[in-house]
Design a protein around this ligand. Structure first.
Ligand SMILES: *[C@@H]1O[C@H](CO)[C@@H](O)[C@H](O)[C@H]1NC(C)=O
Ligand SMILES: *[C@@H]1O[C@H](CO)[C@@H](O)[C@H](O)[C@H]1NC(C)=O
Length: 457
């Protein structure tokens, strides 16, 4: 009798502790209200902050360009790849040599600077930081409704990723009732946007800056589109400021809830419960997905822990920076390109396109400050806050590119209960840059759905 009593009470204790544990990981911390005036600039907060909007054009001093040429001319001998190896050990130096030669001899900065300056650009100071952004309005809206669209890049990207897509987004077509006015900022610490001088500028705090930027431009309500870190920042913005967002299109939905993980694990037993049969290979076997993640995310661990150390090398060596960034454009676009010496780069871009993006990091010396965003994101304090475990109240659209991160159908509801549009598109991680027309069309389709919802509200 005593034995039965002891085992059954033990059983109850174990069961209830498990239940409590589950409760604990499934409940979310309440949303913390962020200070919308936090000052991120250097030194003490000045008494008054300049709130003007200033026109901006890229104009790189001659010395910076001469210095770059000087460094490229003094490249030390590259270590050849191992026999029979293409990109599997990282950037293939035979390929790198070809791109460096192109950079030195064919890439014409005067022409590229004109190209990059083709859209109206501005800077304005938000919370102590000069934020750079493109602001492109339709030249001839043809009586269509003009909708504000905030689009945000990630790492190792820049606004350059959007250059082919912007004219499509801002040009009216007969079959659509609306057209976009595009606002494309650089994340603080990226390209021509000033970097924080103080620690703590995580995606939620950047979301505050982006919201303040849009408000300063006169937009109380706007659409958002984000990929990579831009997606994380704008997902945060949607959670913090749903009243400002008309709809959110993401090509990197982040759904990292305990329940999502539990579902993925249970799917080992019965994958069809978690995802469509034709998508099964994208998650299972879990060991393969896990190994792939581990193999491709070494950079993330470095940048999340010691960004300033790796930053020294990549701010000092253009060849190093080029290798570090181009590697992502090969494997991030198609993992099968690892087995090609040319890295597949020319299938999606040409060297000019890719070097424009690298130049934005080089001329602004923003390697280190761009890496720091990882440290500000993947730290205990930020993760504990668990902002991204809150569901989005705004209407959303998720684009899943076939060669990019994947979210299974069954977990979408966890954080995107108002998802009105889900598309599966053949392409890679830098989709807006790789497939501007397809990408723009997908955004138009999503916003078409959003507009119908918003009109009926
Ligand atoms: C570079 O481009 C500029 C502007 O398009 C042009 O005037 C110049 O001749 C070009 N330089 C070379 C070396 O091709
Ligand atoms: C590179 O591709 C772009 C389109 O992305 C094109 O406009 C440009 O002319 C190409 N440049 C060269 C040098 O082939």
């Amino acid at each position: 009798m005593a034995f039965v009593l002891i085992t059954s009470s033990l059983f109850i204790v174990i069961l209830s502790s498990l239940g409590l544990l589950l409760m604990k990981i499934l409940t979310r911390k309440p949303l913390k209200k962020l200070n919308e005036n936090t000052y991120w600039g250097p030194g003490e907060r000045p008494k008054t902050l300049d709130t003007t909007i200033r026109e901006f054009e890229i104009e790189v001093p001659k010395e910076v360009l001469e210095d770059l040429q000087w460094r490229l001319d003094r490249l030390r001998p590259l270590i050849p790849p191992l026999e029979g190896i293409q990109q599997q050990y990282g950037m293939n130096t035979n390929l790198l040599k070809v791109v460096i030669d192109y950079w030195k001899n064919k890439y014409n900065w005067t022409e590229r600077q004109n190209y990059l300056n083709q859209f109206p650009q501005f800077k304005t100071n938000i919370q102590g930081l000069d934020i750079h952004y493109l602001h492109v309005k339709p030249q001839n809206p043809c009586n269509k409704k003009v909708l504000p669209l905030l689009i945000l890049h990630g790492w190792p990207g820049s606004v350059r990723e959007f250059y082919s897509m912007i004219p499509i987004l801002t040009t009216p077509t007969e079959d659509r009732e609306f057209v976009f006015e595009v606002i494309a900022p650089h994340i603080p610490g990226y390209g021509f946007s000033q970097a924080a001088a103080k620690p703590g500028l995580n995606p939620a705090e950047i979301a505050v800056i982006m919201k303040n930027l849009m408000n300063r431009l006169g937009f109380k309500k706007f659409y958002c589109q984000g990929g990579d870190f831009g997606a994380i920042i704008l997902q945060s913005l949607c959670i913090l400021y749903p009243e400002n967002v008309l709809g959110f299109h993401t090509n990197m939905a982040s759904i990292q809830t305990p329940m999502a993980y539990i579902k993925y694990f249970l799917g080992v037993l019965y994958p069809n419960w978690v995802t469509r049969p034709e998508h099964r290979m994208r998650i299972y076997p879990l060991s393969r997905s896990f190994k792939r993640r581990l193999r491709e995310t070494g950079y993330l661990h470095i940048q999340a822990t010691k960004p300033d150390t790796i930053g020294v090398a990549l701010t000092d060596s253009p060849a190093g920076l080029l290798a570090y960034i181009l590697e992502k454009f090969t494997t991030g676009t198609n993992s099968a390109w690892q087995a090609r010496e040319d890295g597949g780069l020319l299938e999606a871009w040409n060297y000019t396109d890719l070097l424009d993006n690298v130049m934005i990091y080089w001329i602004t010396g923003s390697a280190t400050t761009s890496f720091r965003l990882y440290a500000e994101t993947f730290n205990d304090e930020n993760l504990k806050e668990g902002l991204l475990r809150h569901p989005l109240q705004v209407p959303t659209a998720i684009a899943r590119y076939t060669r990019d991160f994947y979210v299974a159908d069954s977990i979408i509801d966890e954080l995107f209960p108002n998802n009105v549009y889900l598309s599966d598109i053949d392409g890679g991680h830098f989709a807006a840059f790789q497939l501007p027309e397809v990408f723009a069309n997908d955004v138009f389709c999503a916003v078409d759905k959003f507009e119908k919802i918003n009109i009926n509200k």
